[in-house]
Design a protein around this ligand. Structure first.
Ligand code: HEM
Length: 145
């Protein structure tokens, strides 16, 4: 079964790509104002699929984690990677919940700025998560050596 490992890198592209494109769609919907409703719903769907993808990436990451070398620097980097992963699942979870509660989101500019700020926080966490994953693989050789 060794050919299945590392397992996690096969799943990480989906949450990264889906969430980033989803955020871009939502931003376009706000720029387009009243004409952007379809962009908004498409963006939310992509963010939802990205969120499911992040949960799956988390599960596969934990499977690979059990095979990582037991060194302090690897352990610390994996712990940071897990913390950022949990934070991004919470942030995008809030971003999915917000429009269910806020019926003025598509009409009110101030609400849209707040929502965009939350999404940009999510984008920052995705970038940080990907960088930490890259550190694990390309600097520390996890899943490679
Ligand atoms: C929260 C639980 C997670 C754990 C325990 C975890 C663990 C790991 C481990 C051990 C690696 C090293 C490669 C390997 O052995 O598979 C890695 C790499 C990586 N992880 Fe995660 N991960 C988690 C969540 C995530 C999430 C949610 C994302 C993306 C949204 C992500 C993105 C990445 C990326 C981009 C790499 C580098 C892959 C490569 O360049 O080949 N991880 N992760």
């Amino acid at each position: 079964m060794d050919f299945l490992f590392p397992f996690h890198p096969r799943f990480v592209h989906f949450p990264i790509a889906l969430s980033l494109v989803g955020v871009a769609f939502v931003a376009v919907s706000f720029v387009r104002g009243g004409a952007g409703e379809r962009w908004f719903w498409a963006g939310r769907l992509l963010i939802f699929l990205g969120w499911i993808g992040a949960l799956i990436a988390g599960v596969t990451g934990m499977i690979d984690q059990s095979r990582a070398p037991d060194l302090p620097v690897v352990r610390d980097t994996i712990n940071s990677h897990i913390s950022v992963g949990i934070a991004l699942i919470i942030v995008f979870g809030l971003a999915l919940y917000w429009p269910l509660k806020d019926k003025q989101l598509l009409a009110e500019r101030t609400h849209q700025w707040g929502y965009l700020a939350l999404l940009l926080l999510g984008v920052g966490l995705i970038l940080l998560e990907s960088w930490l994953g890259g550190q694990l693989v390309y600097k520390l050789g996890v899943g490679v050596q």
